[in-house]
Design a protein around this ligand. Structure first.
Ligand code: NDP
Ligand SMILES: O=C(O)C1=N[C@H](C(=O)O)C[C@H](O)C1
Length: 262
């Protein structure tokens, strides 16, 4: 049984992940972490079947339960520190928190390499999203004019989404830099053309009722191609999180994307 700790266990994703760990016979939930938690155990919390799992508010204290895997769905400032802490204590991170900079990822990969600890940072654990990114990368080679429209629930903190940024990065490797649209364009409302990533435009929609959705829309002379992915339930992310928890300890480096473990 893999001993797992979940950081951000009160959040939308953290609570879903903690329940997935509890429900999986290959996994043992040895603790949950939130520095602002006031309870000391999950016993008494019906969301988690009243199981007696310790609640930690201090990172150091987590070492007492000897976790092998650290699942993280928190906020970027906390997640970068948590991932560093996990790697430095030979705990394999499985991180879904978005908002890591390229520099954060490089520094954490260096620590993982030095300590020979396996881990994963993935902006999206949904298989449909991983495929959408790969299809978009393929298409960008032939259709360099492209815009990303990502759509999320209105409680989301970061924009653009981690998935949109990763999609743009992957497409940029194929198409390079290319300004799009009319060079003489004007914007009577600032931001009307969206964020600019090496010439590609990214538009972030935030609405109640949505979970996570993305459309990658390509245009060329006389034709167009749209690749769309929809998340209808956060449970869909758990296939990828569980897969990562099973595989990550077989490795000795920190991967940046679920595709490296598929
Ligand atoms: N990779 C993927 O597939 C997915 C990634 N995400 C990403 O996961 C992250 C979380 O999303 P979501 O669950 O919707 O957000 P929520 O706001 O619902 O949850 C975030 C949780 O983090 C907790 N938290 C805040 N600060 C800390 C800290 N210093 N240490 C530990 N926990 C802390 C919050 O607790 P408190 O209430 O006490 O502040 C809260 O419970 C986001 O970055 C999001 O983009 C989301 C969906 C899928
Ligand atoms: O905050 C979310 O909800 C999601 N965040 C991730 C992102 O920023 O890409 C993954 C998914 O889109 C849901």
């Amino acid at each position: 049984m893999k001993k797992i700790v979940v950081a951000g266990f009160k959040g939308r994703m953290g609570s879903t992940a903690a329940k997935m760990v509890l429900d999986n016979e290959d996994f043992d939930l040895v603790g949950v972490y939130d520095p602002r938690a006031t309870e000391t155990s999950l016993a008494g919390d019906a969301t988690f079947n009243n199981v007696d799992v310790p609640v930690f508010t201090e990172r150091e204290a987590i070492l007492s339960v000897k976790p092998e895997i650290w699942i993280d769905f928190t906020v970027p400032e906390a997640a970068v520190k948590n991932t560093k802490f996990a790697l430095e204590h030979d705990i394999s991170p499985v991180v879904g928190t978005t908002g890591f900079t390229d520099n954060d990822v490089k520094q954490l990969q260096a620590i993982a390499k030095k300590r020979q600890v396996g881990g994963l940072i993935a902006p999206n654990f949904g298989l449909s999203a991983v495929l959408m990114m790969q299809f978009a990368k393929q298409a960008a080679k032939y259709f360099p004019d492209v815009e990303i429209i990502e759509m999320h629930h209105d409680n989301k903190l970061d924009a653009p989404s981690g998935t949109a940024l990763k999609t743009a990065e992957m497409m940029q490797k194929e198409r390079g830099d290319k300004p799009q649209g009319n060079p003489d364009k004007t914007e009577s409302l600032p931001g009307a053309r969206g964020a600019n990533y090496h010439g590609m435009r990214i538009h972030s929609v935030r609405l109640p009722g949505l979970i996570a959705h993305q459309q990658v829309q390509f245009g060329a002379v006389g034709e167009g191609l749209t690749i769309r992915q929809d998340t209808y339930d956060r449970a869909s992310f758990m296939t990828g999180v569980a897969l990562a928890c099973r595989k990550v300890t077989d490795h000795h480096e920190l991967f940046d994307g679920l595709e490296y473990l598929l």
